[in-house]
Design a protein around this ligand. Structure first.
Ligand code: AMP
Length: 575
């Protein structure tokens, strides 16, 4: 298969009527490729040349890409830059202006060129990148060039989620899409889709043998939620509760020399925590993988500061001033690997014992506070103490629960503070559409259509329209700027909706929403037919809280969590 055929498949996949059709199309395309090119195709599908955690970026802004296009066309730079800006999409512009041409490029050739562009750095790299890109464009058909330009400018979004790609690989090379769990496990341990593709080509045994590796992020285990201590006791029995710290979750890897820090979304954020790494280096010699919550503490009193403070460290060049102004403390709650041994399949109690032996006191480090609880009253007491200590509540952990990478389950249950007259927790929803504003809001958006994620179906199911809680600036400027790049004419194949908003979006932007209650609704598709035939679930009095750029769409609140919240909402605890 040539790159040209691959590109044609991409545009077919974009128009697929359902996710299952997407899976089949992708599987057919994978099968047609020479095996060595399959992992490369998997990366290109994500618009990348290396897994995200490796941090290999193209470093090509749209303007630079437009200059490369001008060079390929032999036209005036300024003119092309202007035209691209007007069109708003460099891919669409390239498709219009480039002459028909078939250079017979292979996936391998395109990948190699793109990788070379990404890896070039230092003096004169801007110029070299531009020239290399221009040569590649000149050798491409207009359709190919459109995809290449979208990849290098970070605009390619196929919209096939990781789960869909894994399912397609299972169908293509193991002959059965139901073998996806095998691939999923390998992916959860390594976070590397291309690597999983390579293993799948080798067969089931290779997938089964995969282990976690220091340096490769493990996809994080997530907690389910329950509204009150009684239900938590029913579900878990006697267990260990830990304080739920409100900072940034980090996974820290150390191979005895080098550190890696990964965010919840598995971005490499090592540069964000120099003070924490220094502390770890002082007290640890052996390799490990741990998880902690990084919380900003007051430099004078040592008190914990709210979550938002830690965002001040999310800058490209972290200065000493910022580090000193926002000092962090790491509250360690997990150990996944220590001195050559993977621990994730061990029960919580054993991991916690290893963690406590591993731990060395340091001003910048602490173990997450824990307590063994046998009764609801003890749980409630510990919860009150956690709030007093400045935490968000508790994470309750099943004593025999292993670390389930990449999964949200009842081995961990979170218990957060509720506010009277409101749902006990906010929801993280994915924006899939919008209605245009009228009157004062004309020109911007009036309300958004927001959805939950259903991991079993790998699709987004609508839960609510949300129009309040936004400032005028949000609706007229911030949201259009954030959402416009993802606008599309039709519904996205992974969004399931009974409503027809004015515009549709690719499911990318996650927002946090609070509400008063969850109700049955004939208009929304969340858990449609699960609680009652012909009805889905919806939010009553939803209100926007904040943007959740730290969450990927697949990390949004899930359908089953909403069902659980619906069933629990009339039985809230006294908190
Ligand atoms: P949520 O983000 O509401 O789904 O809650 C789960 C998050 O709580 C995790 O992803 C961690 O970032 C955070 N957390 C804070 N303290 C703990 C703890 N002791 N154990 C596990 N997670 C914790």
């Amino acid at each position: 298969m040539t790159f040209r055929r691959f590109v044609a498949t991409l545009s077919e996949v974009e128009r697929a009527s359902s996710r299952l059709v997407m899976v089949r199309m992708l599987a057919d395309a994978f099968r047609e490729l020479p095996p060595a090119e399959v992992p490369l195709a998997v990366l290109l599908l994500q618009g990348r040349v290396a897994p995200e955690f490796e941090g290999v970026e193209f470093g090509v802004a749209e303007k630079e890409a437009a200059k490369a296009l001008a060079l390929a066309l032999g036209r005036d730079e300024a003119e092309v830059v202007r035209a691209v800006k007007e069109k708003g999409d460099i891919g669409a512009y390239a498709r219009e202006v480039l002459p028909e041409h078939d250079g017979g490029l292979t996936v391998q050739q395109v990948y190699d060129e793109l990788r070379a562009i990404a890896e070039d750095s230092g003096r004169g790299s801007q110029q070299r990148k531009r020239e290399r890109l221009a040569r590649l464009i000149a050798a491409s058909s207009p359709e190919e060039a459109a995809v290449i330009l979208r990849i290098v400018t970070g605009r390619l979004r196929l919209g096939a989620g990781d789960a869909t790609v894994l399912e397609a690989l299972a169908l293509a090379f193991l002959g059965d899409r139901n073998k996806k769990p095998l691939l999923e496990r390998a992916y959860n341990l390594t976070s590397d889709l291309a690597y999983v593709a390579r293993l799948t080509l080798k067969g089931e045994d290779a997938l089964r043998a995969v282990k976690l590796e220091v340096g490769k992020p493990v996809r994080m285990m997530l907690a389910e939620r329950l509204p009150d201590p009684e239900r938590i006791m029913d579900k878990l029995g006697p267990h260990f509760a830990e304080h739920k710290y409100d900072g940034e979750r980090i996974q820290v890897h150390f191979d005895g020399r080098r550190f890696w820090v990964y965010s919840r979304r598995l971005e490499n954020i090592t540069h964000q925590y120099p003070d924490l790494l220094e502390a770890l280096r002082e007290v640890q010699q052996d390799s490990f993988i741990i998880e902690a919550e990084a919380v900003v503490v007051d430099p004078v009193t040592g008190e914990m500061r709210p979550f938002q403070n830690v965002l001040n460290r999310k800058v490209k060049h972290l200065t000493r001033e910022l580090v000193e102004k926002y000092p962090v403390k790491g509250f360690v709650f997990e150990i996944l690997y220590h001195a050559g041994e993977a621990l994730i399949d061990r029960p919580y109690t054993e991991r916690r014992q290893v963690l406590e032996r591993w731990f060395r006191p340091h001003e910048r480090l602490a173990l997450a506070a824990k307590r063994y609880v046998e009764k609801a009253s003890e749980l409630r007491q510990f919860f009150d103490e956690s709030i007093e200590a400045g935490c968000e509540g508790l994470v309750c952990k099943k004593p025999d629960g292993e670390y389930e990478a990449g999964k949200r389950g009842f081995k961990w249950v979170k218990y957060k503070r509720g506010i009277a007259g409101k749902l006990s927790d906010t929801l993280d929803l994915v924006v899939v559409g919008a209605w245009l504003g009228r009157g004062r809001r004309a020109g911007g958006y009036g309300s958004l259509l927001a959805a939950v994620y259903n991991p079993d179906e790998d699709r987004f199911e609508t839960l609510t329209k949300v129009g309040s809680g936004f400032s005028d600036e949000d609706l007229n400027e911030v949201l259009p700027r954030r959402l416009e790049p993802y606008r599309r004419r039709e519904r996205h194949p992974r969004a399931w909706s009974l409503l027809e908003p004015d515009v549709w979006f690719e499911p990318v932007q996650v927002i946090e929403v609070e509400a008063q209650e969850i109700t049955l609704s004939p208009n929304h598709t969340c858990a449609f037919g699960v609680v009652q035939e012909g009805r889905g679930l919806a939010l009553r009095f939803p209100r926007f809280v904040r943007y959740r750029d730290d969450k990927s769409p697949e990390e949004a609140t899930t359908t089953s969590e909403v069902v659980e919240m619906y069933r629990n909402q009339w039985a809230q605890g006294s908190t």
